[in-house]
Design a protein around this ligand. Sequence first.
Ligand code: CP
Length: 314
Amino acid sequence: MAFNRKDLLGTRELTVEEIKTILDTAESFKEVSTRSIKKVPTLRGKTIINFFFEPSTRTRTSFEIAAKRLSADAVNISASGSSVTKGESLIDTARNLQAMAPDAIVIRHRSPGVPHQLAKMVEASIINGGDGAHEHPTQALLDAFTIRERKGELAGLQVAIIGDIMHSRVARSNAHLLTKLGAHVRVAGPRTLVPPQFDKIVGESEGSITVCNRIEEALEGSDVVMMLRIQRERMSDAFFPSLKEYSIHYGLTLERLALASPECIVMHPGPVNRGVEISSEVVDSARSLVLDQVTNGVAVRMAILFLLAGREID
Ligand code: CP
């Protein structure tokens, strides 16, 4: 099997072979969620800790469901319910969690690099559930899985990622992953929310990144459109005049979507702000795969837990 990592910290370091192993493994697990008894014994006796310092609906729930469908024991801790609120450092917290011998820890934290730090300190596999504006690898993997399921393969596809690129870990993880798989990524948003050097973030890859000045330019002939939420919680300044103006200039409407390929699919990592970055008509349209992404998130996270927590340790 082409996967021999202790941790999943980002898509930047993954090889094409490793990505394909995760996606193929997810494909084999997807069927488990369609059974009347949604459980396999694959990770019986393993312990997974979900440690979330930021709010989450999809990532945390789907990791818990994924662990339970694999028969692992899943434990959820939030920062507000942990002894971090009593002054315990992250390092001491991690050491104490390690002392209880978990097999994997899924962590979401507002500071970029926290999962990488923990990975050096604990024996358990560390899975990045989102670190600040840096990476959200499992989201990009489930996005790639969803695109592959619908389009067959990613090589040669035109993928438009639109919105708050600057603060988006989803955009960053997808830019690395989609271009490795040969897709061409176009990003667009207000100038203040698109890093001008964003096209330089990928190294050697089959695909490419283009920074577009206008949303229409990014949408033209696209096979996939990925809309992003404005990450107001990461903004210390005003990056655009008002949400209404943002919506007028950058919101995805049915009229704008008509610029894309007739078979174009629409994606969004959630949470969706209807009427801001995307209209309700588009979210609820037949072109929208927003809920398919959520369904596939369980299969992809089952695959990741299986490949990491189920690995043989020498
Ligand atoms: N896409 C995503 O990470 O959603 P949550 O914040 O609800 O986990």
